[in-house]
Write a protein that binds this ligand. Structure first.
Ligand code: G3H
Ligand code: 13P
Ligand code: ZN
Length: 330
C-alpha cells in the first residue's frame, strides 16, 4: 500500500473548490508515454497551472500501471526541478470496477473515476458508493458519472448519447458521496464527435457542430450548487492538425470537436475539470507525420518524438491560458 501523499501528489478537493470559486477548470490530460508526460509538466509549469494526469484502463494495459505510477511520481520531482511545485493529481480515467479503483488507490493514485454510467441507475449508485467508501478511507477523491457520452475509444464505447437527467443528480450525489460528477451535455470521446448530418458547414466547408446543452448544465447547477462538475470528451479537434495529418499521408474524415469558446464558457461555471486526450493525439500525429514526410531519412525516434513533444507542449499551454483559464492558478 502506497499513499499518494508520500509521493507528493494531491487529491482534487482543494483544487476543485478553488476552480469553482475562480471560474476556471483544471486540465485533465491523458498520458501513456514519457513524451506526453514531459509535455504536460513542462506546459503546466510554464503556465503555472495545476494539473490532473489521467491514466485510462487502456493506458494501464499499454504502458504498465507500475511504470505509469513511477512516472507520475517522477513528474512531481520534474516539476520542482523545472522551478515550480504545481499541484499534481494522479487520476484513474474511466475505472469500470471496484477492484480496478482499489488497485489504483493502493498503488498511489490520488483520485479515481468510477464510471458506472452504462449501468442501471441503482447499480451505478451502489458501485460508486462502494468505491467512495474505500477511497475516502485513504483521502482519495472520486469522480462518478451520470448520463452516457457517445463515441468509441479503446475501452470506452457507446453508440448513442444519453444526456444527464438533472432530476437524478442530487439523489446520486447524496447517496454515493462522490466528490465530483461527470455529466453528458453533448460532448463525446474521440476525433469524430458529431456526425456530419448533425453539423452545418461554414463558408470554408468546415463542419460546425451543434451547441452543447448549456441548459442542462444550468439545471444541474441549480440542483447541486457549487458541486464540482466534469466534462469528458472535450477535445476541440484543431483543424490545423487535421489538415497537416491529411496532407502528410493521413486519412481523417469529418473530424470535428467542441469549439473552444464553448469550453471557455463551461469552465466559468461549476465545470472544474475538462478532459482532453484526442487533441494531444492529433498534435503528436501531425508532428510525427510531418517529420516522416519532410525528412524521410530520419530514423532516430528523438527526431520525431522531440517535435511531437514540442507541439504537445504548445497545445497544452494554449489550453491552460486560453481555454480552461487555469494558467497562473498553481
Ligand atoms: O476517455 C477516454 C480516453 O481518451 C482514454 O482513451 O481508452 O484509448 O486510452 P483510451
Ligand atoms: P477527448 O477524446 O475529447 O479528448 O476526451 C478525453 C476524455 O474524456 C478522457 O476521459
Ligand atoms: Zn472520458
Amino acid at each position: 500500500m502506497v499513499s499518494y501523499k508520500d509521493l507528493g501528489l494531491v487529491n482534487t478537493r482543494e483544487m476543485f473548490a478553488k476552480a469553482i470559486e475562480g471560474g476556471y477548470a483544471i486540465p485533465a490530460f491523458n498520458f501513456n508515454n514519457m513524451e506526453q508526460m514531459q509535455a504536460i509538466i513542462q506546459a503546466c509549469v510554464e503556465s503555472s497551472s495545476p494539473v490532473i494526469l489521467q491514466v485510462s484502463a487502456g493506458a494501464r494495459k499499454y504502458a504498465n500501471q507500475t511504470l505509469l505510477r513511477y512516472m507520475a511520481q517522477g513528474a512531481v520531482e520534474y516539476a520542482k526541478e523545472l522551478g515550480k511545485n504545481i499541484p499534481i493529481v494522479l487520476h484513474l480515467d474511466h475505472g469500470n470496477s471496484f477492484e480496478l479503483c482499489k488497485s489504483c488507490i493502493d498503488m498511489g493514485f490520488s483520485s479515481v473515476m468510477i464510471d458506472g454510467s452504462a449501468l442501471p441507475y441503482d447499480e451505478n449508485v451502489a458501485l460508486t458508493k462502494q468505491v467512495v467508501e474505500y477511497a475516502h478511507q485513504h483521502d482519495v477523491t472520486v469522480e462518478g458519472e451520470l448520463g452516457v457520452l457517445a463515441g468509441v475509444e479503446d475501452e470506452v464505447a457507446s453508440e448513442v448519447a444519453h444526456y444527464t437527467q438533472p432530476e437524478d443528480v442530487e439523489d446520486f450525489v447524496k447517496k454515493t458521496g462522490v466528490d465530483s460528477l461527470a455529466i453528458s451535455i453533448g460532448t463525446s470521446h474521440g476525433a469524430n464527435k458529431f456526425k456530419p448530418e448533425q453539423c452545418t458547414r461554414n463558408e470554408e466547408g468546415i463542419l460546425v457542430p451543434p451547441e452543447l446543452r448549456f441548459d442542462i448544465l444550468e439545471e444541474i447547477e441549480k440542483r447541486i450548487p457549487g458541486f464540482p462538475i466534469v466534462l469528458h470528451g472535450s477535445s476541440s479537434v484543431p483543424q490545423e492538425y487535421v489538415k497537416i495529418i491529411n496532407t502528410h499521408g493521413g486519412a481523417l474524415k469529418d473530424a470535428v470537436g467542441i469549439p473552444e469558446d464553448q469550453l471557455r464558457k463551461a469552465a466559468k461555471s461549476a465545470v472544474c475539470k475538462i478532459n482532453i486526450d484526442s487533441d494531444g493525439r492529433l498534435a503528436m500525429t501531425a508532428a510525427v507525420r510531418k517529420v516522416f514526410v519532410d525528412s524521410p531519412a530520419e530514423f532516430d525516434p528523438r527526431k520525431y518524438l522531440g517535435p511531437a513533444r514540442e507541439e504537445l507542449k504548445k497545445l497544452y499551454i494554449h489550453k491552460c491560458e486560453n481555454v480552461l483559464g487555469s494558467a497562473g492558478k498553481a
